[in-house]
Design a binder for this molecule. Structure first.
Ligand code: ADP
Ligand code: CDP
Length: 223
């Protein structure tokens, strides 16, 4: 039976870094579903599609010429042959992505694509680690292992601040706060992380190092 692992959690909980490392150590593929919402957003901004035009954004999602590496040691994303690995992480995209993620016509398109990709990665590598906001609940509720990764607001802000500004001093954390908390709020219609859904194991990384978080997830996988 393939080793399918679903990981959800809010921004800065450590999903991407932990999921990649776990996939690497288990020798299976990796799927970053947030990158797909970001790629649609980038594509719409690039082509001047009005994000408020829900039908046009859904059409963009359906026709998105996406190529995504599922090798956990070299995650790369390109759209129509353009490498957008960096471009999808800009604050412009981060600010706009929730408008795409809350589009009701977009979600089923990307969710179907994600199920298909998970199956294909699984066939190729014997398993998959997929991470996002709705993998444990909607995309792959039947995954072998389902984990909700959480961390306190303070820890999440500190991590994002270090990533974006190279520092977690008070000013840098303040500069990050608005962006992270606004996105949390905007995403709250698609994902709520107050409680883990039934059968989902909660892993709180607030007081763990990155290595500690990776080991905590590997422990859950080992059962
Ligand atoms: P997410 O995908 O949930 O937004 P990321 O993995 O992108 O989270 O970002 C988490 C950041 O926090 C990374 O830079 C990671 O190195 C850092 N980090 C610090 N401590 C931890 C921890 N205990 N668990 C996970 N990540 C941590
Ligand atoms: O890692 P970070 O929190 O910055 O975000 P991400 O995982 O790259 O996801 C970016 C955005 O995509 C989120 O803020 C959600 O709006 C959306 N998303 C989603 O709706 N469903 C998913 N399964 C994954 C991401």
């Amino acid at each position: 039976e393939p080793l399918t692992i679903a990981i959800d959690g809010p921004s800065g909980s450590g999903k991407s870094s932990v999921a990649r490392a776990v996939a690497q150590r288990l020798g299976v593929g990796y799927l970053d579903t947030g990158a797909m919402y970001r790629a649609v957003t980038w594509w719409c901004l690039e082509r001047g599609v009005d994000l408020a035009d829900t039908a046009a954004v859904a059409e963009a999602a359906r026709s998105l010429p996406l190529e995504q590496s599922t090798d956990p040691s070299s995650p790369a994303v390109s759209v129509g042959g353009t490498d957008v690995t960096e471009a999808i992480r800009t604050s412009e995209v981060s600010t706009a992505v929730s408008a795409v993620a809350t589009n009701r016509e977009v979600r089923p398109v990307l969710q179907a694509l994600q199920r298909d990709l998970m199956a294909r990665i699984s066939d190729a590598t014997g398993g998959v680690v997929a991470e996002g906001r709705d993998i444990t609940t909607v995309v792959a509720p039947d995954a072998r292992v389902r984990i909700l990764l959480t961390a306190s607001e303070e820890a999440r802000l500190r991590r994002r601040s270090t990533e974006l500004h190279g520092s977690a001093d008070a000013a840098a954390v303040e500069a990050t706060r608005d962006q992270v908390l606004r996105r949390d709020r905007q995403d709250s219609t698609v994902s709520q992380f107050e409680d883990a859904a039934e059968g989902v194991v909660l892993v709180d990384t607030s007081d763990l190092t990155l290595e500690g978080s990776i080991e905590a997830v590997l422990d859950v996988v080992a059962g």
